[in-house]
Design a protein around this ligand. Structure first.
Ligand SMILES: Cc1ncc(COP(=O)(O)O)c(C=O)c1O
Length: 381
């Protein structure tokens, strides 16, 4: 039987081949590779798409987070409250500007920050909150924005996995545009993926956006004039050209992922594995749309299941096996096992399945059948 990959970027590329090659050819013919008109055009496209007034392209989602904190003036001795159940950059960005990440636990249903836990972690040194919209579903932005307002703190949204998701409640808007700054990643596996590393920050405030424009180019607008000690974190014209071809397709790709998620939900419900307690399908917060960058289950006997899936060549992955507060590089922060029980339990129990829009029903059926085959001897215990 054919393997089912976790993601198939070749299937996405095939129908776009000519258009993307033409876009790349235009950049190659121009011999202008760094920033320039095509990057400005992409920034304008993202502003139109998200409704944000300002956008600043940069070299990666990681750099977007670092630049965002630096742009807000977060630095030495400051604290940034964020989630321990996320990709590394969510916390490393604080370190990189001289601040400390302070973790709060997650909500076990959404995997996103638990606002009650956040409230207990905000202290006199806190300078920003970083909610993460994990797997493509927004964190509770009503609660986060409320906490930020009460304490006059800026919010930097880690929307690396969530471009295209939206929050509709007391606060509302596209993921990334509800807080002060929003950070996107265009890493190839994201719903909108470049042909290499790329990222972007959206900003509410013109002055902050201008500072970010400077910080991404060594801290100045004019060559050889440096107002700040900035970075080299420019967005390549080639990446911007590829992303401009892909952006108009983003919503239909995300809709394809959602349709696949609904089919998994239904088939897992029919399988008996939810009833037996072996599988929990993703919980949906009705206030957020979900773009399913990942379709993430909680399962029993996760590591044995992974071996079974690997034998059947069913692509899957664990995002994330070690919570950030237990990473060796953050040892000096003094956290230990047991500090964030919800994040730690999630790290033990989650597994993400193939969800990309080109996945067909027969492949999805094989994925579900493989889980049923694994648990069946125990189902109905
Ligand atoms: C939640 C989250 N934050 C930040 C990043 C960093 O983005 P990049 O890989 O583009 O540096 C990622 C990407 O993997 C991510 O998933």
């Amino acid at each position: 039987m054919k393997p089912v990959p976790l993601l198939d970027l070749k299937a996405q590329f095939a129908p776009l081949r000519e258009e993307i090659r033409d876009a790349i050819d235009r950049i190659v013919d121009s011999q202008r590779f760094i920033l320039g008109q095509v990057v400005e055009d992409l920034e304008a496209d993202v502003c139109r798409y998200t409704g944000s007034p300002h956008a600043v392209g940069c070299a990666s989602g990681t750099d977007a987070l670092i630049l965002a904190l630096a742009g807000l003036g977060v630095g030495d001795g400051d604290e940034v409250v964020t989630s321990p159940f996320s990709f590394f950059s969510t916390a490393s960005c604080a370190y990189k500007v001289g601040a400390r990440p302070v973790f709060a636990d997650i909500d076990p249903q959404t995997f996103n920050l638990d606002p009650e836990s956040v409230a207990t972690k905000i202290g006199p040194k806190t300078r920003a909150l970083i909610p993460v919209h994990l797997f493509g579903q927004c964190a509770d932005m009503d609660a986060v924005a409320g906490l930020a307002r009460d304490r006059s703190l800026p919010v930097v949204e880690d929307a690396a996995q969530a471009l295209g998701a939206a929050w509709s409640s007391a606060e509302s808007g596209h993921a990334g545009t509800i807080g002060d700054l929003g950070c996107y990643s265009f890493f190839p596996t994201k719903n909108l993926g470049a042909f290499g590393d790329a990222g972007m920050i959206v900003a509410r405030d013109a002055e902050v956006a201008e500072r970010l424009m400077q910080l991404r180019v060594h801290g100045g607008r004019q060559m050889y004039e440096h107002k700040w000690v900035g970075w080299n974190s420019r967005l390549d014209a080639l990446q911007a050209a590829v992303l401009r071809v892909k952006l108009p397709r983003l919503d239909s790709w995300s809709a394809g992922r959602k349709a696949n998620a609904e089919r998994y939900d239904l088939w897992f419900a029919e399988s008996g594995l939810i009833e037996s307690g072996d599988v929990k399908t993703p919980w949906r917060d009705e206030r957020s749309s979900h773009i399913y960058n990942q379709y993430t289950l909680r399962v029993t006997r996760r590591d044995a299941l992974r071996e079974h899936l690997a034998k059947r060549e069913i692509g899957h992955s664990v995002y994330y096996p070690v919570p950030l507060h237990l990473q060796p590089c953050f040892g000096e922060l003094g956290y230990s096992a047991g500090d964030f029980p919800n994040a730690e339990a999630a790290a033990q129990e989650v597994v993400s399945l193939p969800i990309y829009p080109e996945l067909d029903e027969s492949m999805q059926r094989r994925v579900v059948d493989a889980l049923v085959e694994f648990y069946r001897p125990l189902a109905g215990r």
